[in-house]
Ligand binder design. Structure first.
Ligand code: ATP
Length: 778
């Protein structure tokens, strides 16, 4: 098979095979350390020295780069080759400034990636990651507009470049959405997005996967064209080793470093091979010869591969220095010791001079939000939501729906609880038996006529609880109650009325038997405490109703027989307070807060998992910009959510609202922002949707329980009380309740503390997420 020189011209193997057989001394001369000056360093597009990168802990490291040196001259096409999992993507992400080396130096376009003013990550780089990493809701043209805007291009410029790329890469109608393109088309759009701003350094991670051979050749021709005159430098990884014959330099990566870094023609010549694959195989075998513990299988493979005697004398000469390799050929190999395998002749270790000192303005250094970045991000976020209008309607409608559900489901008094009635006093299957509705007092003797007192009581109980069920015996009622057919059983003894009368008239001489028969016998299902309390209240109040009505019927003062206590109008709140009013502030804030958590963490995580986040970051966008752009768009969504909830709560269901509505809306809004910023923390802490869901759900219940939404904080344990007070929703719930029910304003401590604590949490969340983002990088 023919080999190619740097420009794609065919080279005969006969030309290269015996051409130059370097002797050891000559090669050593060639490997001599070159003097590196600031100028020579700046001349390289990329210069990596002694790069060491591991994943995992120090005690259990997975070493990916192990003293790797790499030199990419300006204007070169650099083919980065290596087995799957050998660390190509890791190396590239260190070059683009997305990961940090554990040790070693990287210089990209004359600066250190990530340093102020280096432009890396930034518009000087075009990055096409391995994944498609595009926004499915965008059209092809919008994708280009987004990446062009980030690079600071004008719309005209973007459109001009886009038109060229659309034609050149045979892309379909530019108005088509990315999500409906085929895999190959998406890959081409991804490739074009990396090129749109004509970067100085183009980094392509497997750009030709799924691209047909003709187009693949076109892409290579284009890369050759743009690198002419050192306009652009290209680093490309691919699994199609053969296509890299068109590269100027190839770096063969294995075991955390390069087996070789030379031009394809030189590699083919030096290793007297027909293809680059052969070269790679031979180099790998040479590297494996350094293994002290070699498996018999590998020995077999090694022995069968012919290696030219003088192909690469360096490794042989330095066999003693070669370290052990823990994997086989083609594996993800990691070096287990510090051996040297092959030194790259064109790129011998370079002594790096001290880092260039340049003073950057405060604006250059600390400007966290760039106008063009914010514009692109806000536009992208808004467009993403508008395109997904079903989801948008759901996001805005969900809190309203939750509020409707809350108002309908919570707070209605249960007035038809099944109550079994056994009345031995009357011989009737009708629970509502007859009684004297007129004045029950004898006008002469002033004695009360208590006959059928059970019927009188049941009449008033029925007005409070309508579901009274007849039972002939207490035993029958108990049997049914055990099958959950009644909450309460009330039994009237046979001479109940007479005993009551005796108890009222002659309480001094009354015996225990009479006291017993004058009492209603009750059995209650106590499992549901709320229901038990409600029934007890109704039973007591029905009795008060009986007495009140007896006095009224006899023209006595209404409260003559009532409990000798008078409850005045409430200081705050309704005369008949309801659960809905009590719980509404907590529910409103909780709903808005947790929806914001879910929305934000979901948006950020899906962006990260689809690779679009990584891509945006490489193009120069900062994580702070991403957070703020999301904040801006979500604020609009949150405003709509808040207004919707307020309309449902206060206009439709007419919950109490006596406070300053502006502050009420603002506090609700702040709860949403606080939820959003907590969503940032969740997204930065968690790597997957699953862990994020667990974290969000895990925080939901404790927060709800401790915020006094379900149970008054006053009833909690002292330690929990102290924790509860500093939670974001506790004081804000109290503040909102005070505004709504007491009509208090911001000048009241109960109200402004709610604002203060929630604002403090917003800042805490933001700081934590920004710190986490910085800490997690690399
Ligand atoms: N974030 C990470 N945490 C832990 N290990 C990682 C991480 N990213 C990559 N690795 C591991 O590092 C090794 C190198 O991965 P990398 O993606 O750099 O390889 P690659 O050469 O690009 O592979 P491929 O050609 O298949 O894309 C792999 O074993 C991978 O499992």
């Amino acid at each position: 098979m023919p080999a190619y020189d740097n420009h794609g011209a065919t080279i005969s193997l006969e030309d290269v095979r015996p051409a130059v057989q370097l002797d050891l001394a000559a090669r050593r001369r060639e490997l001599k350390t070159q003097i590196s000056t600031l100028t020579t360093r700046k001349e390289q597009a990329v210069c990596v020295r002694h790069a060491y990168k591991r994943y995992g802990s120090k005690s259990n490291p997975n070493v990916i780069l192990d003293g790797l040196n790499m030199t990419v001259p300006k204007g070169a096409i650099y083919g980065l080759l290596g087995a799957s999992g050998c660390g190509k993507t890791t190396l590239l992400s260190c070059i683009v400034g997305r990961r940090r080396l554990n040790s070693g130096d990287i210089w990209v376009l004359g600066g250190r990636p990530g340093s102020p003013g280096s432009g890396v990550p930034g518009p000087r780089i075009g990055y096409m990651p391995q994944e498609i990493a595009l926004f499915g809701e965008f059209s092809i043209r919008e994708t280009f507009l987004y990446f062009g805007m980030i690079a600071g291009m004008s719309k005209e410029e973007i459109v001009k470049n886009a038109k060229f790329l659309e034609t050149f890469l045979e892309l379909p109608d530019p108005q088509r959405l990315v999500k409906i393109l085929s895999g190959g088309q998406q890959r081409r759009v991804s490739f074009a997005a990396a090129l749109i701003h004509k970067p100085e350094l183009l980094i392509l991670d497997e750009p030709t996967v799924g691209v047909d051979p003709v187009l693949r050749q076109n892409i290579w021709d284009y890369l050759v064209d743009i690198t002419k005159g050192r306009r652009t430098t290209v680093i490309i990884t691919t699994h199609y080793i053969d296509e890299t014959k068109q590269a100027n330099v190839i770096g063969l990566m294995r075991g955390g470093r390069f087996l070789a870094e030379q031009s394809p023609a030189e590699l083919i010549r030096r290793y007297q091979s027909e293809t680059l694959e052969d070269v790679f195989l031979k180099l790998a075998v040479i590297q494996n010869r350094g293994k002290r513990r070699r498996s018999s299988i590998l020995a077999d493979v090694v022995d069968k591969v012919e290696i030219p005697a003088t192909a690469n004398p360096a490794p042989q000469a330095e066999e003693a220095e070669i370290g052990e390799i823990s994997g086989e050929f083609g594996d993800n190999v990691s070096m287990s010791s510090k051996g040297r395998v092959v030194v790259t002749p064109d790129c011998s270790p370079v002594e790096m001079p001290p880092e260039e000192q340049r003073n950057f303005t405060i604006y250059e250094k600390y400007n966290p939000l760039k106008w063009n970045h914010m514009k692109a991000l806000v536009w992208r976020n808004a467009l993403g939501l508008i395109r997904n209008y079903g989801l948008l309607a759901f996001i805005i409608g969900l809190p309203m729906l939750q509020m409707v559900l809350f108002c309908v489901a919570v707070g209605r008094y249960p007035d038809d609880l099944p109550i079994s009635v056994i009345n031995y006093e009357v011989n009737s299957t009708d629970v509502l038996c007859d009684f004297n509705r007129g004045c029950a007092q004898n006008p002469e003797t002033w004695e009360w006529d208590m006959s059928n007192f059970s019927c009188r009581y049941l009449h008033y109980l029925h007005q409070r609880q309508s579901n009274l069920l007849y039972y002939p015996t207490t035993e029958a009622a108990l049997a049914d109650a055990k099958n959950a057919k009644a909450w309460l059983i009330i039994t009237f003894p046979s001479n109940f009325s007479e005993s009551i009368r005796q108890r009222m008239v002659d309480s001094r001489d009354i015996d225990n038997a009479t006291i017993d028969t004058s009492s209603i016998k009750m059995h209650m299902d106590n499992v549901n405490k709320q229901i038990k309390w409600m029934l007890k209240k109704d039973l007591a109040e029905a009795f008060v109703d009986v007495l009140t009505n007896m006095t009224v019927a006899c023209d006595l003062p209404e409260r003559a027989l009532a409990i000798p206590a008078h409850i005045h109008d409430p200081i705050y709140g309704l005369k008949m307070p309801n659960m809905t009013d009590f719980a509404a502030p907590g529910v409103i804030l909780t709903v808005i807060y947790f929806l914001a958590v879910a929305l934000t963490s979901g948006a950020l995580l899906s962006e990260r998992n689809e690779g679009t986040l990584e891509r945006s970051l490489v193009s120069g966008i900062t994580s702070v910009e991403i957070l703020f752009a999301l904040l801006i768009v979500e604020l609009v969504v949150m405003f709509l959510q808040t207004v919707g909830v307020m309309i449902i709560a206060f206009l439709v269901f007419e919950l109490s609202q006596n406070g300053p509505i502006g502050w009420v809306v603002f506090l609700t809004f702040l709860a949403g922002i606080c939820g959003m910023t907590f969503g940032f923390v969740v997204a930065t802490l968690c790597d997957t949707d699953k862990t994020a869901t667990y974290m969000a759900l895990g925080s939901f219940l404790p927060m709800t329980l401790l915020s006094g939404v379900i149970w008054p904080i006053e009833g909690m344990h002292d330690i929990l009380k102290a924790i509860s007070i500093v939670l974001p929703l506790t004081k804000s719930t109290e503040g909102l309740r005070s505004m709504l029910q007491k009509g208090w304003g911001i000048d009241q401590p109960d109200v402004y503390l709610g604002f203060v604590i929630i604002i403090a949490w917003i800042f805490l969340h933001l700081t934590a997420s920004i710190c986490l983002l910085r800490f997690k990088k690399g």
